[in-house]
Design a protein around this ligand. Structure first.
Ligand SMILES: *Cc1c(COP(=O)(O)O)cnc(C)c1O
Length: 363
């Protein structure tokens, strides 16, 4: 069988324009961009586009996605973004040029894996400056770990230091946070007697400092995915109006299954929904609504889907249904009609990972 909807359309020219804008702005500040393609589940077409648009390196959190792109012929170098499991280190050495690291036990095991395979591998050591995900917490311990890699692990090359912000702890990257990273880098450089190649200041949220012109000199590397692929967090959630990036790189098209006027407040005793949550419902009286044929299995959380039709409210849904309030939509919708949505990062992650939603590329 060949499914027609839901269908994912990927606007390559729009994503390319975003990549070029971001890369150019970073280059003007002496910053190279690692293009992060994990948000679109490792699509080689996107990885290739990022590389062609000036990203000097490609990054993913998953080795499988790096393998997929290498096998599709997309030139690296590749950076592994999730600090690796000891159980995957041989594949890290085989498939990735560089990895992020935050644990001495792991870098010791990495040295052993390199020896077994007769190869070398580059690492960026991570410090935690408050976001509370990966990274050394104590700054002396961080510096000592970098020196340890440099002096004791002949097959592991200390390429640099890095930080991640705005992921778990939603901590804003500031010039002060970047200066803390630079201070650590300088301590390491003084101890190892050579400059580090990479001082990696973070992800999309750190791009704000480039945009505002407040990135301290010396940060020379960012790892950017969302702002190129999706561009919604900074422009919509942060409210930065003058970035000029496309937010419609990924569009999901779905087919209307049912159109009907119903009460907006569920009738009966409210307990929990299909996902064990207790949603709140707004009573707007009777409203015209419709169901579109995709659900949380296709797009994850539904709240940040945006319908391209005016006046449509995404109410929510279940695994396979998306429920919309269309009372104020000027279009007269009926079953069989196609509705289009732009995706949030979370929606993109799910929609690109399904093999029953083959992407159609707009070239
Ligand atoms: C995902 C990830 C990035 C990219 O984040 P975006 O917000 O998509 O730019 C950068 N660094 C690390 C360590 C990551 O895991």
């Amino acid at each position: 069988m060949e499914r027609q909807f839901p269908r994912l359309e990927i606007n390559l020219p729009h994503i390319a324009e975003n990549a070029q804008k971001v890369v150019t702005a970073c280059q003007q500040h002496g910053i190279q961009v690692c293009g992060v393609f994990k948000g679109c589940s490792g699509m080689p077409e996107i990885a290739d586009l990022l590389r062609r648009c000036g990203c000097t390196e490609l990054g993913s959190s998953r080795i499988e996605e790096i393998v997929r792109c290498r096998e599709a012929g997309v030139p690296g170098p590749y950076l592994l973004l999730r600090v690796p499991m000891i159980s995957e280190l041989e594949d890290v050495v085989r498939w990735c040029d560089t990895s992020l690291q935050s644990d001495i036990t792991v870098v010791d095991a990495l040295e052993a894996a390199c020896c077994r395979l007769g190869k070398t591998h580059r690492v960026i050591m991570m410090v935690d400056l408050g976001d509370l995900r990966e990274g050394f917490w104590n700054h002396d311990e961080m510096v000592n770990a970098c020196v340890y890699v440099e002096k004791n692990l002949p097959h592991v090359h200390l390429a640099g230091v890095g930080v991640n912000l705005g992921c778990y702890g939603s901590i804003q990257p500031t010039p002060d946070k970047m200066k803390s990273l630079l201070l650590i880098a300088h301590h390491v450089e003084a101890r190892i007697g050579r400059p580090l190649e990479i001082i990696s200041g973070g992800a999309s949220s750190s791009y704000t400092l480039v945009h505002w012109g407040s990135m301290p000199e010396g940060i020379n590397h960012l790892r950017i995915g969302e702002t190129i692929l999706n561009a919604r967090d900074l422009q919509v959630e942060w409210g930065i109006a003058d970035m000029g990036l496309h937010m419609d790189g990924f569009i999901l098209k779905g087919e209307v299954l049912e159109v009907r006027t119903k009460p907006s407040y569920p009738v009966g005793q409210v307990v929990i929904d299909a996902f064990g949550r207790r949603p709140t419902y707004v009573d707007r009286g009777n409203r015209k609504r419709c169901i579109v044929g995709f659900g949380r299995a296709d797009v994850g959380d539904m709240e940040r889907l945006r319908c391209l039709d005016e006046g449509v409210i995404v109410l929510g849904g279940s695994s396979d249904h998306c429920i919309l309030d269309i009372e104020d939509c000027p279009r007269k919708l009926k079953a069989g009609d196609i509705m289009e949505f732009t995706l949030s990062y979370n929606n993109m992650l799910y929609a690109t990972s399904r093999n029953d939603i083959p992407p159609k590329f707009i070239k």
